[in-house]
Design a protein around this ligand. Sequence first.
Ligand SMILES: Nc1ncnc2c1ncn2[C@@H]1O[C@H](COP(=O)(O)OP(=O)(O)OP(=O)(O)O)[C@@H](O)[C@H]1O
Length: 119
Amino acid sequence: MKRFGRSFRYACEGVAYGLRTQRHMRFHLSAAAVAAAVGLIVRIGLLEWALLLLTMAGVIAAELINTAIEKAVDLASPAVHPLAKAAKDTAAGAVLVLAVAAAAVGLIILGPPLWELIF
Ligand SMILES: Nc1ncnc2c1ncn2[C@@H]1O[C@H](COP(=O)(O)OP(=O)(O)OP(=O)(O)O)[C@@H](O)[C@H]1O
């Protein structure tokens, strides 16, 4: 149990590090906060909340993995190397794919009720 608590604390430190140092992470969090606020306003259903939360968490988790890869690459290859570029760009690409999918999910779930509320 003590070991579990320690691992949990280290994981929280990792999330805090990502939040503190990655501007993209702050952007993703702000977008998630806006989506959650709209979800509350238009009163989406439980299944919609589950989907929205899963996509938000997916983007944030991908950003954390991207940060981990960036740091590991910087440690392993401080000099310019095509493989270092490939590793960083591929990891960034994974975040991009998830972020675009999350934006689409947000539009599909929040778009129609928001439209109805406004017009
Ligand atoms: N060691 C390296 N060798 C070759 N290319 C690199 C290396 N480090 C970074 N690059 C490339 O330089 C560009 C900018 O990289 P950088 O690490 O500054 O990331 P970034 O996308 O600006 O992210 P952030 O601002 O979040 O740190 C990317 O295309 C990356 O692949």
